[in-house]
Design a protein around this ligand. Structure first.
Ligand code: SF4
Length: 445
């Protein structure tokens, strides 16, 4: 028996010049770790490298000068240079001095750097070494997956400590997001749930930087990303969107069937003074008009939202305003929380703490109010036909979801005594019954 061997092609080599503080050094290590895990080798000399990374410092003028000098030396010695790090924030200064640098990225933009390296010298594919499937390892069932498009958040909602833990918005390059989404669809994923802290703000931090995807330049922008994702042939569900004017554009994609007509918008409240105290993004009195306009453009649009009752300073009048607003807005799916003072949240300093029993009473009233709205909206679905993605089959039959139901947080479509389907199947269903959370129906054959 002959022993099977393989002789991999020479691994691509990356050189690195790391300047600046210990934080920059950690960034360099992270970038190299990622590249090494992809099969790149690290070169100790300029002439042995296929590309050279210069991780710069821009803290003081002397550090900037040193960084510019290091970039110049790398260009002279090697020619193929990617700049990253703190001086990367001053791209025009770098390009003025060194017009031939191949790419410039800022501090902590690991994915952008790795993506730039891929463009100059692609990673070697080695089926013997690539133990992780291209779509990565996932914790969700095979047929749906979460797709994270950014980290951090530029908003400063007073009840939230996420920005202080995760920092400001850092968007992933569009081509990295799309490559991940495409790999998921190829691996059998039928539904992609787009998540981040503020999906509508995607790309604001990179000024909507373009990246190359299938020979085209694609902007890291909410609408462009939604359009590209919509072309992959899976259900695309958008979570954590804020009602900024630019969100209007996505309604057209929903009406065309490219993106699911579903928006998860955490409104949190409706009363103007509570929203102001919460410092919520996209807080304008035009939101109700915007919702009406969206529904005119896409009548099937499902709106999911979360609300907080008992926020410090919330009066009975504010709460009543919220109930009236819900009647007008006709939100389809709703989650409600009682305000909790998270340690470190600025909202804890706002006077007018709402007693626990009042919070409880408002929570009950809001849920009852919403149940009436949801029950009426769901009743209109009886008799309709819709696509349902099967999540599970148990002894009572199959359970799936329509466009209006995100996994884990929304309701379901129950197909009692249906055993001929399996998880991941997409079936056409006629709806026969509804309550305020769920639907019941039968497969059309
Ligand atoms: S609640 Fe959301 S939008 Fe507001 S600061 Fe926190 S993460 Fe950002």
């Amino acid at each position: 028996m002959t022993k099977q061997t393989h002789s991999p092609a020479a691994a691509p080599k990356v050189g690195i010049v790391s300047l600046g503080c210990p934080k920059a050094l950690v960034d360099s290590e992270r970038i190299l770790t990622k590249l090494r895990s992809e099969g790149y080798e690290i070169s100790g000399s300029y002439d042995g490298a296929d590309v050279v990374l210069v991780n710069t410092c821009g803290f003081l003028d002397s550090a900037k000068a040193e960084s510019l000098e290091a970039i110049g030396e790398a260009i002279k010695e090697n020619g193929k240079v990617i700049v990253t790090g703190c001086l990367g924030k001053e791209e025009s200064l770098i390009r003025q001095n060194h017009p031939n640098v191949l790419a410039v990225t800022g501090p902590h933009q690991y994915e952008q750097v790795v993506s730039a390296v891929h463009e100059v010298v692609p990673p070697r594919h080695d089926p013997y070494l690539d133990v992780v499937p291209p779509q990565g390892l996932r914790l969700t069932p095979r047929h749906y997956a979460y797709l994270k498009i950014s980290e951090g958040c530029n908003n400063r909602c007073t009840f939230c400590i996420i920005p202080s833990i995760r920092g400001d918005l850092v968007s992933r390059p569009a081509n990295m997001v799309l490559a991940e989404a495409e790999a998921l669809v190829k691996a059998g994923v039928k539904e992609i749930l787009v998540v981040s802290q503020d999906t509508s703000a995607y790309g604001m931090d990179t000024r909507y930087a373009e990246s190359k995807w299938k020979g085209r330049q694609v902007r890291a922008k909410f609408i462009d990303l939604a359009r590209e994702l919509g072309d992959l042939g899976a259900w695309i569900r958008l979570h954590y969107v804020y009602p900024y004017p630019h969100v209007d554009e996505v309604i057209g994609l929903m009406a065309e069937g490219k993106v699911l007509p579903y928006l998860d918008i955490p409104f949190q409240h409706a009363a103007p003074n509570v929203l102001k105290a919460m410092k919520r993004p996209a807080n304008t009195d035009k939101v109700l008009d915007r919702i009406k306009m969206w529904r005119q453009g896409c009548p099937d649009l499902t709106l999911r939202s979360t609300f907080i009752v008992g926020f410090p300073g919330e009066t009975e009048q504010d709460f009543q305003y919220l109930l009236d607003w819900l009647t007008e807005a006709q939100i389809d799916r709703l989650g409600c929380f009682k305000y909790e003072p998270v340690e470190g949240a600025p909202a804890n300093e706002i006077p007018g703490a709402v007693p626990k029993e009042v919070q409880e009473e408002r929570w009950n009233r809001l849920m009852a109010h919403q149940q009436e709205i949801s029950a009426k909206r769901f009743a209109t679905k009886i008799g309709r036909e819709m696509d349902v993605l099967i999540d599970e089959v148990d002894e009572e039959g199959a359970v799936g979801r329509s466009w209006a139901d995100a996994p884990e947080i929304d309701g379901a479509v129950y197909l009692n005594d249906e055993f001929k389907v399996k998880p991941g199947d997409m079936v056409r269903v006629k709806i026969e019954e509804a309550d305020e959370y769920d639907l019941w129906g039968s497969v059309i054959r």
